[in-house]
Design a protein around this ligand. Structure first.
Ligand code: BTN
Length: 243
């Protein structure tokens, strides 16, 4: 698989970099490895229909297009694990210790620093490609009521967003070997090492009822494994809400 990030499209304003990528793809004009980055998104999208709102030009809002040679749909959780680890790896360069809050958030000390929105293009039982959207807080320091943080809040330094993009591309390419080699085992090992609240007791609302649970890991299909009432069970994001 060829390197990512050889072509970078820089936009001032766009509705959503993921939408922009999807439009190029539908016109057959999106090559593997292309990065689309915008200073400002007017309709930034988050998980489960939420909005992704950030101060213009202060943070990274970018989408990465990746085409796979032969990746089975049953292994698509590897993409999410790879990207989560890439962000953790990039943060380490700034001496920031990030944790993966299953399934799509990166946290630092219980505050969100990044969110991931992966949109896969499937055909038969293969993942043909992904549009991988990353929103990463870089220089914003005021988040109002949001429980969020940024690289600047941890380092006190202003860092040009382009520099962060280059570091992210470097990590993406370095960790791409896990996808190329389909190294499910190693990827999961590394993922668990960075999983938020692993083996800790936390409060969680499960199907509407608040209870104490312990996060044990993730299943082979990427569902969350938790201990609840002394039993191990798998959970989908729809079923649970962390408090
Ligand atoms: C989430 O935390 O819910 C995921 C947020 C993902 C935001 C990024 S910003 C770049 C890309 N374009 C979008 O519209 N969303 C993703």
């Amino acid at each position: 698989m060829k390197q990512l990030g050889l072509k970078i499209i820089q936009l001032d304003t766009v509705d959503s970099t993921n939408n922009f990528a999807a439009n190029l793809l539908s016109m057959g004009e999106l090559a593997h490895g292309t990065v689309i980055m915008a200073d400002e998104q007017t309709k930034g999208r988050g998980q489960r229909g939420s909005k992704w709102v950030t101060q213009p030009a202060m943070n990274l809002t970018a989408s990465f297009f990746v085409q796979y040679d032969n990746l089975a749909v049953s292994k698509q959780m590897m993409i999410n694990q790879w990207i989560s680890l890439v962000i953790i790896d990039m943060l380490k360069k700034h001496k920031i210790s990030g944790k993966i809050k299953w399934p799509n958030d990166i946290f630092v000390n219980d505050q969100k620093i990044a969110g991931i929105l992966i949109e896969n293009q499937l055909s038969q039982n293969k993942v043909k490609s992904s549009i991988i959207g990353i929103g990463l807080n870089v220089n914003q320091v005021d988040f109002g009521d949001l429980n969020a943080t940024s690289i600047k809040q941890h380092t006190q330094n202003f860092i040009p967003v382009n520099e962060i993009l280059m570091q992210l591309i470097e990590s993406l390419n370095r960790l791409l070997k896990f996808i190329i080699e389909e190294d499910v085992t190693r990827l999961k090992e590394l993922y668990l090492l960075s999983l938020w609240k692993l083996n800790e007791e936390i409060s969680c609302t499960v199907n509407g009822e608040t209870t104490l649970v312990k996060i044990l890991g993730t299943s082979d299909f990427g569902l969350l494994l938790m201990e609840i009432d002394g039993k191990e069970k798998e959970f989908d994001l729809k079923e649970i809400q962390f408090l």
